[in-house]
Design a protein around this ligand. Structure first.
Ligand code: AMP
Length: 214
């Protein structure tokens, strides 16, 4: 089954996508991760992408749809988890077309609901393992005392360049203006499930499982 995780920055989409990947063998497709890779490519496109991401704006539909199109070629997957994509109605329409062309469809769209104050607190305290992407939080999930990632043992942690209050304000604005309309789009398609993203990681995981019916 292919699913979309939708929600504002800091809602926990990446964390839950990684759990679904580990526990169900699904494949996470994060356009944010793909773009973070692209920005280090040293090309003009990479530099442009970096500038947009750091400001909190959205990268063009053309670029992100191209990235997803490349990854959707692989067959035999248990299912894709789209994390951070689609973010505009044009991207949603393109995803419908790409899936249809591959004889696939969407099974569910899970909206992770978290209020804005909690998002600011989460994002400004967030760091990730540079090696495996495991997510930590200074308050709720600090980096282990031995300074090593509990998932892979690496000792290099990064804060994202766009995880600051100013960029977050733009990211939230973009979310409400351009991405939130997708909630109506998928509700209309009968695919929308809504979960409370505010709880502990395990609680949210349980809510998502219940919303997917397993
Ligand atoms: P994320 O890791 O999903 O929070 O994405 C980080 C940044 O990458 C966003 O603030 C955007 O600048 C860019 N980005 C990621 N996914 C998309 C997308 N589907 N459409 C446009 N921009 C995106």
């Amino acid at each position: 089954m292919n699913i979309i995780l939708i929600g504002p920055p800091g809602a926990g989409k990446g964390t839950q996508a990684r759990i679904l990947e580990e526990e169900r063998g699904m494949t996470q497709l994060s356009t944010g991760d793909m773009l973070r890779e692209a920005r280090t490519s040293g090309t003009d496109m990479g530099r442009k992408v970096a500038e947009i991401m750091d400001s909190g704006g959205l990268v063009t539909d053309e670029i992100v749809i191209g990235l997803i199109e490349e990854r959707l070629q692989s067959t035999g997957e248990v299912g894709f988890i789209f994390d951070g994509f689609p973010r505009t109605l044009a991207q949603a329409a393109a995803l419908d077309d790409l899936l249809r062309a591959n004889g696939e469809e969407l099974g569910a769209v899970v909206e992770m609901q978290v209020d804005d104050d909690a998002l600011v607190a989460r994002i400004t305290a967030r760091s990730t393992c540079a090696n495996c992407g495991e997510v930590y939080n200074d308050i709720t999930r600090p980096i282990p005392d031995d300074g090593k990632c509990s998932n892979c043992g690496a000792a290099d942690f990064r804060r994202r360049a766009d995880d600051n209050e100013e960029s977050l304000r733009t990211r939230l604005m973009e979310y409400y203006k351009k991405t939130a309309p997708l909630i109506g789009y998928y509700y209309h398609a009968g695919l929308l499930r809504q979960v409370n993203g505010l709880g502990e990681i395990d609680e949210v995981k349980g809510e998502i499982a219940a919303s997917l019916g397993r």
